[in-house]
Structure formats: C-alpha cells, structure tokens
Design a protein around this ligand. Structure first.
Ligand code: PLP
Length: 387
C-alpha cells in the first residue's frame, strides 16, 4: 500500500484530505513524492511562518534535540527561559503558560478567567462571552466556546458557561452581562469563520466595558498572532491591550506550541497544581520558537510582511473572478464571484498551488518569508485556475 492508502486505513477519518504526499520543502515551495513542486499559500494553516527549512530555525531545533530533547516542568531549561522572556518583552504581557496547541492555550485562558473571578468574587461568576461565528478549538471546552452551532453536536454533554454575542453589536454583548460574566473572548479577525475582521470601534468599546466591570478581555490570537498582520499581535492594530492573549501556530515555526499570556492583573492567578502540561514548554520547541521570535521581531521584518501583503492584495484585486478580499495583512479571505472555494482549492492544488478555504472563501495564509518570485508563481497559477 502507498502512503495515502496506509494512512487512510489506519487513521481516524477526522480530516477531509487532498491526495498529496508532501516530502520536502524550502521556504514557500514544496515537493511531493513524485517530484512535483507546489507554491505554498497556506503555511500548514498558518504554522510555517518562516517557510520550510529556515536555516536558523533548523539549526536551533537540531542543536537542541542533540543536547536535551525534553525536561519535565519541575526543572528549568535555557530555551524555555529565553523564549518566555522574548515573548513578554515583545508583547508587554507579564507571564506565560506554555502548552502544545491553540486549543490548549485557550483552555488555559478559560481557566485563568474563571479562577481570577473565583478568587476575587467567589462562585457563580464563570460565564465567558464569545462571539457568534468564532472558532476557539476542538477540545470540549473550546468547542463549547466556539460560537457556531455546527460544532455543538454529538459530544454531549458540553461544558457549560459560554454565551454568544453578535460580532460588532455592542448592545447585544451588553444584554448578556447578567452578573455571571467573568470574561469576553474573541478573535480580532475571525479565521475559520470566514476571515472577518471585527470593527475597531466595537473592539475598543468592548475593551472599555470590560475594564469598567472587571471582566477580563481575552483575545485569541492563535491565527492572527506572531507577525501575520504585519504587527506581532493583531491587538496593536486595534489599539487595545487584552488581559489575556493566546498564541499558537506561528510562534512554533512548525512545531507544536500554545501560549497563554496574561497581564499583571492575572499574573498570579495560576498557582502550583492548578494547571500544567507534560510537554508544554518543551526545550526543542522553545529553541525553535526563539528562532522564530528573533526573526519576526528583527528590524524590517514586519514591514516586509506589510509590503508583501499589500503586493499580494493588489495583484489579487486585479483577478476578474475575485469579488472581494477580507482579513488583514497576510491573512487573506477571497470571495469568489461564481466559483466554489473548495473546487478552486482542489484545482489549485492539481496545478501546483496550496491554498486553504474558510467557509465559502478561499483563504491564504502564506509563509511570511515568501519571496516575490514565489508570490508571482503562485499568483500565476491562481489566475489560471480562476480564469
Ligand atoms: C482562532 C483559533 N483559535 C484556536 C484554534 C485551535 O488551535 P489548534 O488547532 O492548535 O488547537 C484555531 C485553529 O485553527 C484558531 O484559528
């Protein structure tokens, strides 16, 4: 049996897969088992921010794996120390908890919010408001937090304590403040929900309301964070600072990581024994994450992301089949005039271009290191597929 048949026979069928076996990659170009090349406009759903085979990242990861591949969190490691210091200095947050995925980072955020409130106000203040159309992960609590009915099936009973407000509707959010609310959690650009940026005024009004009522503002930056917006965090563009922020995907550069960052107000909420993770903060993952942080925060890098995003967007806007573009920076939603997004994804793939979808849109999350030549090659394929 070949790779596809063996995988399909033995793995649970959780994913609708495309019959492509990726074998090797360099920056935004990868090769399949037959030697065919593909331009990558997806970066493994936003994870390979430095592309494939980034030299400094590979050296950091391989160097660390030769020295010490794992240490339990009762002890300290230098890569973990260096990474959390860089993360706090870059973002201004006070403390970090490290897990292995975006969902785990959000689980930590949910626990922080409820314990913050329980420590200060006692029981019965554990509700978290999230937004309709949001996506926060696949664990039971983060599924329950996700504001889409389609995700609230089969796996009953779901954890309680989530309420859903309409995005960009402050009155609707206010109507949900019944005295039991400890936090509001939202993505500033809803990714899986269709690459929809929230209104800046709305986000700022929510931040103000949260501050007035000592409700924690928690921003899920699992997809937006780590440089994709042309800023390290999306919240910089919205002129707010959250109490809690979650990151994953990009900051690992392709290895599994999740980070929950808290401000000074929440710095001491998690105490020994109240949260944990065996692999969270693994030294190999952290060594790679340090390499990501150093490159993404190096002078000029985020400006180059903005320039690449502007170039891609201006070229995409010229394609007649494209009706509209959404999102911010290198997180791009494409509304098509007549074609089906899933069909386009499959055809693009056959033609040598990797793209994603989000709801009815084609979604692009290119590696931030993509070159002009790679962008042009990918655009040429997309133009042909959409013609
Ligand atoms: C905004 C957001 N939050 C959370 C998650 C879940 O992350 P993970 O798949 O790493 O658990 C995702 C994944 O796409 C996401 O886009």
């Amino acid at each position: 049996m070949n790779t596809i048949q063996t995988t399909d026979q033995h793995m649970m069928k959780a994913f609708g897969r495309i019959p492509l076996v990726e074998t090797q990659g360099k920056n935004a170009t990868c090769t399949d088992e037959n030697g065919k090349t593909y331009i990558d406009f997806g970066s493994g759903i936003g994870c390979n921010v430095l592309g494939w085979g980034n030299e400094a990242w590979v050296e950091a990861v391989c160097g660390q794996v030769k020295k010490l591949q794992h240490a339990c969190n009762y002890y300290y490691t230098q890569p973990q120390a260096e990474f959390v210091e860089l993360l706090c200095k870059t973002t201004g947050f006070s403390r970090v908890f490290l897990g292995n995925s975006g969902a785990e980072a959000n689980e930590c955020a949910i626990k922080v919010a409820r314990k913050y409130s329980s420590d200060k106000y006692g029981k019965n203040r554990g509700t978290i408001i999230t937004l309709q159309n949001s996506f926060h992960g696949r664990t039971l609590a983060t599924l329950a937090a996700t504001g889409q009915d389609g995700f609230h099936q089969y796996f009953y009973p779901f954890p309680e304590g989530f309420a859903f407000a309409k995005a960009n509707d402050l009155d609707d959010l206010k109507s949900k403040l019944d005295g039991t609310v400890c936090a509001v959690m939202m993505e500033l650009v809803q990714g899986e929900g269709g690459v929809m940026a929230l209104d800046k005024d709305y986000v700022q009004a929510v931040a103000k309301l949260c501050e007035e009522q000592d409700i924690l503002l928690m921003i899920d930056e699992v997809q937006t964070g780590g440089g994709r917006m042309g800023t390290f965090l999306a919240q910089e563009l919205f002129g707010i600072t959250a109490n809690v922020t979650t990151l994953a995907k990009a900051i690992g550069g392709g290895l599994p990581i999740g980070a929950c960052l808290v401000d000074e107000k929440c710095a001491d909420v998690i105490t020994p024994g109240t949260h944990g993770s065996t692999f969270g903060g693994n030294p190999v993952v952290c060594a790679g994450a340090v390499a990501v942080m150093k490159q993404v925060t190096a002078e000029g890098f985020l400006d180059s992301v903005k320039e690449k995003a502007a170039y891609l967007r201006s070229e995409l806007a010229k394609i007649p089949e494209i009706a509209a573009l959404s999102g911010i920076g290198m997180m791009i939603g494409i509304t098509l005039k007549s074609k089906d997004a899933h069909d386009v994804m499959v055809k693009a793939n056959d033609a040598g271009l990797l793209v994603l979808t989000a709801k009815e849109k084609v979604r692009l999350l290119p590696p931030l290191t993509i070159t002009k030549e790679e962008m042009d090659a990918g655009l040429a394929i997309l133009r042909d597929v959409l013609a």
